[in-house]
Structures are given as C-alpha cells and as structure tokens.
Design a binder for this molecule. Structure first.
Ligand code: BES
Ligand code: MN
Ligand code: ZN
Length: 495
C-alpha cells in the first residue's frame, strides 16, 4: 500500500483517480472539496442530497460514477454524522467503510478528503497518520491457516487530501509513522491470532530473530531454561515447569542513541497459553487464553516500528515466554519459590502466573539501569471488569511517566486510564510462610497485581499497562487488536 499527501482542493475536479472519498454530514452546508465538485458537476451532489440519496448515517456509503465535469471515475460518499462530532474515531469508521466498497469493487487507487474536514481539531500529522492506520487496520486479514485465502487486494494507492494550509512535512511524517505503527500492529495481531500450538515460546523467539535480521541496530539474545536457572529466575521457572514446551527469555536490544544514554525497557507478558495450571480455568472461552502473550506481541510490534523508523533512542524489549500448564510436574498451590530478586513467594493460585514471569523479567531489566521500565500484560480479569475493552489500565510509581503514557494514549486514540497502586494493595499479598503471596483477596485485583509487580521495580521509574481488556476482541470480531502498539510508539516518538 502506498500513500501520499495532496494539499488543497483547487484542481479536485481534474484529478484522475478511480475514486474520490467524501464525507456527508447531517448539519453542514456543502463546502470545501464537496462544494468544488458540486459546482464542477453542475450540482450533482446537491441534487442527490435533495433526493436524500446521500445518508449522513455513520458508515453508510453511496457511489456515483461517470460524472460529467469530473475526471475521477467515481465519487464515494460516506456518512459521517454531525460535523461537530466529527473525530478521529468517526474518520476511522468512515474510511474503513470506504475501503470496504473500494476492495469490493476492485478499485486500485483513491483519494480521501475525509480528514480534510478535521482541519480545526486535528494536526496535519495525525490527520494523515490516522488515515494510514485506518486503511491498514481495515485491510488486515488473518487467513494464513485457512485453505482458501482471500483475494489479493488490488487497492494499492491512497492520496490523503488535506487543506492547503496544512503542514506537508508533518503530514508526510504522519504517513511514515502511520505505516511503521501499522506494521508493528500487524505483527502484534498475527502473533496474537496464531493458535497456541504454533505460536509457542520458540515461535516468538524466531519472530524476534526476524526483527534482528530486518532492522539495523537491533540485537537479539534468547535465554534457555538452563540460563534462567543460572540467573535464579525461580518465579518464571515455576510457571513453565508443568509444560513440555520449552520456555524462552527473549531479549531485543535496539541502540539508536549514544551508548551512554540510558534505555527504556519494555517487558511483555508472553504466556503462549494460560490454562491456569493446577488452579485450572473453567473451560468456557479458554481458547482466548492464546491471547495471553499479547503483551509480548505488542512489545515486539513497538520494537518493529522503532526499528523501521530508526528512532534516536535506546530501547530494550524483555519477553519471558512460556506456557502455563497443569500436570504432574506443575507448581502446586502452596508451593514457595524464590524470585530472581531473592524475595520468596507463596503461590496460592497458579493462575496468577503473569506476575510471576514478569517479576523476574523486571529484576533482569534493572541491570540496564533504565530511564523507565514499562511492562505490558494481559494480567487480570479484574482490569477487564473495571475498564472494559476501550481503556488499558495504567499503574505507575512515577507521576511524570504516567502522564506521558496517558498523553500518548490520548494522542494516538489508544486510550489508557490510570488506576491506583498503593501500599494497601501490597498488604493484601500477606503470606504466613513466605515474603508474600502471589494473590490477594477478591478486592481491587488489578491494583493488587500491580502492587505485586511494583516491588520488583525498586526505585526506578516504572509503569504497568494491564491490557486484559484492550488486547483482543471476543465473539464475532474475535481477534487481536494490536493494541497498545500505537500508545507505546507514540510515547517513544516523544521521549
Ligand atoms: N491471563 C489471565 C488474565 C485474564 C483473564 C486476561 C481473562 C483476560 C481475560 C491471568 O493470568 C489470570 O488468570 N489472572 C487471574 C488472577 C487471579 C487468580 C488473582 C484472574 O484475573 O482471574
Ligand atoms: Mn492466569
Ligand atoms: Zn495469564
């Protein structure tokens, strides 16, 4: 897919493209590109508006072809609701509906004037970046395991029409970043969607090696079980011990800045299947626990985008990857293990395994003396219950870092909401037999999990993103969302 920016709308009726995409609003007079095209066509648009052929209902489409006075083969109108409510969310929905029509009708190239109408509320950069992201997201297919593949997409070129006053350099940067972010999201989606018999820890290692091969300044190290034992990663090892599938500790280092610059460390939960272990989960929708490696996938997606953009930062991705299985060698509730930090933990519930693999990854991360450490994990059902699927949960010991992450979420429309993590949550982890337990009571489950992790970050600037809700969709739209790659990359672009 190829994108370019087109500034201004003066010659719009002379444009030789297959299709021009235009918004229909319920509460606004024809202006801008719509007005120019209406005039050039002797009022064909106002004519159809008067006959109520053009709906402003969000996502409704209507196509007109072979219009006198207009060089483009067709005009594709998409309902965008009220002009006052036009937002990046509506833009993405509308562009997605347009792309559906375009691919259904085998159109090869188009220009979109949807984000043209966001001039007041959206920068040139985000106007083009969101357009790119919307197209990629609509064109994403996961059919590698279907015997019948979907047809090759003929749609290969989109011009993004923006007002003449737009900053073309910024708009071009939006395209470049949008492509990198989308490539990162597509990797995250693929890894998430692959079944757990294929997407194993070894598979994640191979995908990490591909990143090393593809992007300059990246280096990958994979630690095996023996090396983990030497490092004393007792918490991580206790999770994998019921599984036949070998665990991997994946390290991806990207150096885009001077060596003296402290890196940002991202830790991603890589449970390639979570049965719950001996504390077995109920069978309903257990298949969705293949998505329990979406933290790892998003961290790898962010690394991909950073490698593609060659950002001037140092970044490390740490991915503890294993399965959580029951079996005769699995951890028992009541077992006490020693973490890499030296702290001992009584495992009261083997289904609270994410924090066990992450705490050793965080301890390992301390050796980089990171500027900040952010872990990303499908950690708690409690977070899903509290926030639903629209917001990721954010927890942090550093106000500044929390604000930067929340802001990155707002800018990129990949939202996070901050939840508390406090001493009271740590108290819930009290154990009579070890330094603490791996679970608390029924209350504030997401905060208690965060409090568990926070202790291992010691005094460094730390944040935790609980993506139990945001990482994938269920039911008819079941599949990985690729989130929070947009948030992470936006944060990294600004750090
Ligand atoms: N991977 C799950 C969390 C999860 C559950 C994410 C459902 C998305 C949907 C995690 O390993 C887990 O099982 N957490 C337990 C923790 C509990 C035992 C304290 C949970 O949330 O029930
Ligand atoms: Mn679990
Ligand atoms: Zn889990």
């Amino acid at each position: 897919m190829n994108f370019s920016v087109k500034l201004g709308d003066n010659d719009i009726s002379k444009q030789k493209v297959s299709c021009i995409i235009l918004p229909i609003f319920s509460d606004s007079k024809l202006n801008g590109p719509l007005l120019k095209l209406d005039k050039a066509s002797n009022g064909i648009i106002s004519n159809h508006l008067n006959k109520s052929h053009l709906s402003s209902e969000e996502g409704k489409t209507f196509m007109l072809s072979d219009i006198d006075g207009i060089n483009a083969d067709s005009l594709l109108f998409v309902g965008c609701g009220k002009k006052d409510n036009f937002s990046p969310t509506v833009l993405q929905k509308a562009l997605s509906a347009a792309v559906q029509v375009i691919t259904d009708t085998n159109i090869r190239n188009a220009s979109s004037y949807l984000s043209f109408y966001l001039e007041k509320s959206l920068s040139s950069y985000y106007a083009s970046r969101f357009s790119v992201e919307a197209v990629f997201s609509k064109l994403y297919k996961f059919d590698e395991l279907k015997s019948k593949k979907s047809l090759i997409c003929k749609f290969t070129k989109l011009y993004i029409g923006l007002p003449k006053s737009s900053n073309s350099k910024e708009a071009k940067k939006g395209i470049k970043d949008g492509i990198a972010i989308s490539n990162g999201m597509n990797l995250a989606k693929d890894l998430g969607n692959r079944p757990p018999n294929i997407c194993t820890p070894s598979h994640l290692s191979k995908e990490a090696k591909k990143i090393e091969k593809k992007y300059k300044n990246t280096k990958v190290k994979i630690l095996s079980k023996i090396e983990m034992k030497k490092l004393g990663m007792g918490a991580f090892l206790s999770v994998t011990q019921g599984a036949a599938e070998p665990p991997k500790f994946i390290i991806i280092e990207y150096s885009g800045a001077r060596q003296s610059e402290r890196p940002i460390v991202l830790c991603g939960k890589g449970i390639t299947f979570d049965t719950g272990g001996i504390s077995l989960k109920p069978p309903g929708s257990m298949d969705e626990m293949k998505f329990d490696m979406c933290g790892a996938a998003s961290v790898m997606g962010a690394m991909t985008a950073v490698g593609e953009l060659q950002l001037p930062i140092n970044l490390v991705a740490l991915i503890p990857a294993c399965e959580n299985m029951p079996g005769s060698s699995a951890t028992r509730p009541g077992d006490i293990i020693k973490t890499m930090s030296g702290k001992t933990v009584e495992i009261l519930n083997t289904d609270a395994e994410g924090r066990l693999i992450l705490c050793d990854a965080i301890t390992y991360g301390l050796r980089y003396k990171p500027k900040s450490l952010i872990d990303v994990a499908t950690l708690t059902g409690a977070c899903l219950m509290a926030l639903g699927k629209y917001y990721s949960g954010l927890f942090s010991n550093d106000k500044n870092l929390a604000k930067n992450l929340l802001d990155a979420g707002e800018r990129s429309y990949d939202f996070a909401w901050q939840l508390p993590v406090h001493d009271v949550h740590k108290k819930a982890l009290k154990s009579n037999f070890a330094d603490f337990a791996n679970i608390g009571g029924r209350e504030a489950g997401a905060s208690v999990a965060a409090a568990y992790l926070q202790q291992f970050a010691e005094d460094i600037s730390w944040a935790h993103l609980d993506i139990a809700g945001s990482a994938w969709l269920s039911n008819d739209n079941k599949g990985s969302t690729g989130r929070p790659v947009q948030l992470l990359v936006d944060f990294l672009l600004n750090s």
